[in-house]
Design a protein around this ligand. Structure first.
Ligand SMILES: Nc1ncnc2c1ncn2[C@@H]1O[C@H](COP(=O)(O)OP(=O)(O)OP(=O)(O)O)[C@@H](O)[C@H]1O
Length: 337
């Protein structure tokens, strides 16, 4: 859920890359272009006419070729220009919501082949990237900088909100008084913070060499992904249910998060399985936390386990098992924020 497939594509067209130089020149010359990256060899089934090239990638040449009608095909490593002046006739059907033929073709190819497609609009002067079901419009740098700065301010706010809700939940857990409403609210705030972070990462990559300062500011906020994920595992009714797909939770409120966790009454008392407790000790790698949390399934059972049981179940050596037992019993692991 935390991986963003768009990042690699954005990195390939970031300012400072040869492909971006070609796109900027095409935009300036107002010729438009349809550029297809990868998809070979199956993509050749969708090609009609044009001419084969198979020459090393040069941004000046891509710019010159864009003056002709049709598509330019690059290899998946962006090392060679394979063909140009090609009419694309997608053999496999895919719906398209675009209007012009260039953009409809781009969307269809991206959905049916293992290729990234770039459409440069001649009339609207915009660059749109397509990959699978994904569609992303590139913006000019000052626009992205403004968006990134605003997003950083929102991240600061949601990071604080997430932390205060986490602290309150931790206190309620100590008293054995945690409710679904509190858990769902922490999930919701954390999700928004993660979503904003993902957006800023896209901006950083899209800004290329100009994204360094935004990246530095982003580093001021610790990534809460694991904290958030272990919270989900702590409270999800089905022990191994994965968190919802990224886009699905976009508009969820607290109630929707409660339902996603497998319960329906926000006042319902809940207790954690203990994953977060183990995570906060900062002693164990993820797979060990996973094994221990799945096996003991409650903080109480974890607290009652002997050092020997901890090391056997966790698959860790005796010394680490003893260290873990000491940490669990020293009160260190009882702070949940
Ligand atoms: N199937 C296709 N294969 C290759 N090139 C195409 C294809 N369809 C359109 N094009 C290219 O796109 C150009 C513009 O076509 P059209 O105006 O229909 O698209 P558009 O999506 O509205 O793009 P723009 O915004 O640039 O006008 C065509 O002249 C042609 O060079």
């Amino acid at each position: 859920m935390n991986e963003d497939p768009l990042l690699e594509i954005l990195a390939g067209v970031a300012p400072g890359t040869p492909l971006r130089d070609a796109l900027d020149n095409i935009l300036r010359a107002r010729t438009g272009a349809l550029i297809i990256i990868g998809g070979e060899p199956a993509i050749d089934e969708d090609c009609d006419g044009g001419f084969p090239l198979d020459v090393p990638f040069q941004h000046q040449l891509v710019y010159e070729l864009a003056k002709m009608d049709g598509a330019i095909l690059l290899d998946r490593h962006l090392e060679r220009i394979r063909r140009a002046n090609v009419e694309m006739i997608p053999k496999k059907y895919a719906p398209s919501h675009e209007t012009g033929m260039r953009h409809r073709t781009a969307e269809r190819i991206a959905q049916t082949r293992d290729a990234t497609v770039i459409a440069v609009s001649q009339r609207r002067q915009v660059v749109t990237l397509y990959r699978g079901q994904m569609r992303y419009m590139l913006h000019d740098l000052s626009y992205i900088l403004t968006k990134a700065t605003n997003a950083l301010a929102s991240l600061g706010r949601y990071d604080r909100l997430f932390r205060s809700a986490t602290r309150r939940l931790g206190e309620a857990e100590q008293e054995g008084l945690a409710t679904l409403g509190e858990v769902a609210e922490v999930m919701r705030r954390g999700y928004i913070a993660l979503k904003i972070r993902r957006e800023i990462k896209r901006y950083v990559v899209e800004l290329g060499r100009d994204g360094h300062l935004i990246d530095l500011q982003l580093e001021e906020y610790p990534d809460i992904y694991w904290e958030w994920l272990w919270l989900w595992r702590d409270y999800q009714r089905e022990a191994n249910a994965p968190p919802p797909p990224w886009e699905e939770a976009e508009s969820w409120n607290t109630t929707a998060w409660g339902i996603a966790l497998g319960f329906d009454s926000l006042g319902q008392p809940l207790s954690p399985r203990g994953y977060r407790w183990l995570y906060h000790l900062q002693l164990l790698p993820g797979p060990v936390i996973d094994r221990l949390g799945s096996h003991f399934a409650s903080r109480q059972a974890l607290a009652e386990a002997t050092p020997g049981e901890l090391s056997r179940v966790g698959g860790i050596d005796h010394d680490t098992g003893y260290q873990l037992w000491t940490a669990l019993h020293s009160g260190l692991g009882k702070t949940d924020a």
